[in-house]
Design a protein around this ligand. Structure first.
Ligand SMILES: [Zn+2]
Ligand SMILES: [Zn+2]
Length: 648
């Protein structure tokens, strides 16, 4: 055990590149690392260990409320479709909730037996009640940071299709957030290749938004920033400022006057001038982020690559009763020391708002960044500038704050690719590392979430699984293959044999499907991306995710994408892999609860389970499947308490 102060190595954990996309996450992380110094979390021991207290405290609280006597329901819902998610087409007439749990569900007359003088009767008025959505994989801290900045994602993910759009979004942001003159305006996600003008917004474009506020925009790749004149003044960048090592201050044509765009390390000049959040501000940001999850109908969310400081913030929020929904955190393997590993062993089965899920592994990058590791070459070879490890990829973000990246993680793109046969991307872990972590987790009963996009990365995982589990009988660990986008039939067979479970990323088919077909992996492989039907045919349980902040936060859009497999151009990509609405909805409720060992408490509407519920504007089982994504979340209920209401 080490003293808390030993872990306050904030400075060592700052990303050396100030222009990284998780700029605000870095700020949150630093704020979190201050927590122990300020003794916001009581208890001795290393940072991961202190967290156990929060879990026990909230569990004690839950037990007290369970002890309330009487059989009278707090609330009874009826008057609309109530989808139990047990069987396709299974509907109940009414559902009763008491003390945060479902106490009756079924025929109206039977459920009404729970009605007492103080029971609230809710008429659904034809709206649909179903289990709250269970997010199988996303990044709460990153998404919360994104919510805290002006969203400049290009269309169709976001709304920024031109410089005029960006200007309008920034003006609206200043007004909406009531930023006082002089306060920083931060935007995130603009893409010079995704806007009409095909160039970066420059200082003149941003001066026409305002010169009263320093404005800084972070490029979608994280490698560039751009800002207005006020920002350049505040930071002290002038015509006389020399380019820093490893960075470029772009200049106006034919002069030394900066045009606002800062490449690579030039962005570091800005970092020190940004206002650092206090721990409380960082906590408020995460709390607000989770409220947006609740707004999307999610009652259990995931943070899949949690760092020390952020974990402290989550824990403090839990201690203070400020987590509106449940949260499962997954430390990344190379951020896990022995203390952290022990904490995971201790807290993987908690029933409080916050628990540790297990270990997150990352075996490769992303297909659209040419960094996924494929067994066969990419369809169209990348030119060197196309290989963008960061673009739309959380992998790099996850590697932040790790003082000593090992060799495998610092490999340059192109390594291990069999260059003679064509470019195949590359792995970000060695086979030895995968095996080591797989064995260590198996031996200790720890679940793994392993990111693999390319099928060669999945091969590495399956090779480790087969080797380790040939030596020992397989424990039921529900090893989860995250993304699993290019899993082949033979790989699905191995996964089924060894009890592995995929979590697919079907919104990829919508957002990037046309380019997957024409550019990255070609027509055959793209037609069976995210092979949900093939998995189902083998009896494999799977889940569906959005990987927020990568592809929005709507679980209904995720289900819609798997049901329809339509691309942005309106074409159907791989009709044979489509699944039914029931199968897709199971994958974001019951099967997601199962994948995370919470099927005894969540995922279906059954007596004794938590009253984690969502009320929708339409019935996703009977609506035209193409309209599933347009269904509105009207209300989200976490253990009987309304945590979001569209009308509130
Ligand atoms: Zn991933
Ligand atoms: Zn992810």
């Amino acid at each position: 055990m080490t003293d808390d102060s030993d872990n306050d190595t904030s400075c060592d954990h700052v990303d050396p590149c100030g222009c990284s996309p998780p700029l605000l996450v870095a700020m949150v992380e630093i704020a979190g690392l201050q927590l122990s110094r300020r003794e916001c979390i009581k208890g001795a021991g290393a940072f991961w260990g202190t967290l156990a207290l929060g879990g026990l405290a909230s569990q004690a609280l839950a037990n007290t409320s369970d002890a309330k006597s009487g059989t009278e329901a707090d609330v009874i819902y009826s008057g609309g479709p109530i989808l139990t998610m047990l069987e396709d087409g299974d509907r109940a007439e009414a559902l009763a909730v008491q003390n945060g749990k479902i106490v009756a569900v079924g025929e109206l007359a039977a459920v009404m037996a729970q009605k007492g003088p103080n029971t609230e009767l809710v008429d659904l008025q034809g709206k649909t009640l179903m289990p709250g959505f269970f997010d199988p994989h996303s990044h709460v801290a990153l998404q919360s940071a994104k919510f805290a900045t002006a969203n400049l994602d290009p269309k169709p993910i976001g709304e920024a299709g031109s410089i005029a759009d960006i200007q309008q979004i920034l003006k609206d942001w200043i007004k909406e957030k009531q930023i006082k003159p002089g306060g920083w305006v931060i935007g995130w996600g603009y893409d010079d290749t995704g806007i009409e003008e095909l160039r970066h917004p420059d200082r003149d474009d941003l001066d026409s938004v305002s010169t009263e506020y320093p404005i800084v925009l972070v490029h979608i790749s994280g490698h560039l920033m751009t800002g207005n004149s006020r920002m350049l003044d505040e930071v002290g960048i002038t015509a006389e400022t020399a380019n820093p090592d490893g960075g470029v201050i772009q200049r106006k044509p034919g002069s030394d006057v900066p045009n606002g765009v800062l490449e690579e390390n030039a962005g570091m000049l800005v970092l020190g001038h940004l206002p650092m959040p206090t721990p409380e501000q960082a906590m408020a940001m995460l709390e607000e982020g989770l409220r947006f999850y609740a707004e999307a109908g999610i009652t259990t969310a995931q943070d899949c690559a949690t760092f020390q400081g952020t974990w402290r913030l989550f824990s403090a929020l839990e201690e203070q009763g400020r987590l509106p929904i449940d949260l499962i955190a997954w430390p990344r393997f190379n951020a896990v020391d022995d203390d952290a590993f022990d904490a995971i062993v201790a807290r993987r089965q908690g029933t409080g708002r916050l628990r540790l899920g297990g270990i997150k592994l990352g075996l490769d990058g992303s297909i659209q960044g040419y960094t996924a590791f494929l067994s066969e070459p990419y369809h169209v070879e990348p030119v060197s500038g196309d290989i963008v490890p960061d673009k739309c990829d959380t992998e790099r973000a996850e590697r932040l704050f790790i003082a000593e990246d090992n060799e495998a993680l610092t490999e340059e793109p192109g390594a291990d690719t069999g260059a003679d046969d064509g470019f195949r991307g590359y792995a970000t872990m060695t086979q030895e590392q995968v095996e080591h972590w797989f064995r260590r987790c198996d031996d200790n009963g720890i679940q793994i979430q392993a990111h693999t996009n390319g099928d060669a990365a999945t091969d590495m995982l399956l090779e480790a699984v087969q080797k380790v589990r040939a030596e020992k009988p397989r424990p039921d660990l529900r090893t989860t293959i995250i993304h699993a986008q290019m899993m082949r039939d033979d790989q699905l067979d191995v996964a089924a044999r060894h009890g592995l479970t995929p979590s697919f990323f079907p919104v990829h088919v919508y957002f990037w499907g046309d380019r997957h077909r024409d550019l990255f992996i070609g027509p055959e492989r793209s037609a069976r991306m995210d092979p949900a039907r093939s998995a189902r045919d083998r009896g494999l349980k799977f889940t569906l995710h959005h990987d927020a902040p990568i592809a929005g936060i709507s679980m209904l859009k995720v289900a819609w994408a798997a049901v329809n497999r339509v691309t942005t151009s309106g074409k159907v990509l791989g009709p044979d892999e489509r699944i039914t609405p029931f199968e897709a909805l199971r994958a974001i409720t019951a099967d997601a609860a199962w994948q995370n060992f919470e099927e005894d408490r969540k995922g279906t509407l059954e007596t004794g389970k938590l009253a984690d519920l969502v009320i929708l504007s339409e019935d996703p089982m009977t609506i035209d499947p193409m309209n599933i994504k347009d269904i509105q979340v009207l209300q989200t209920i976490k253990e009987g308490r309304t945590v979001y209401s569209a009308t509130a």
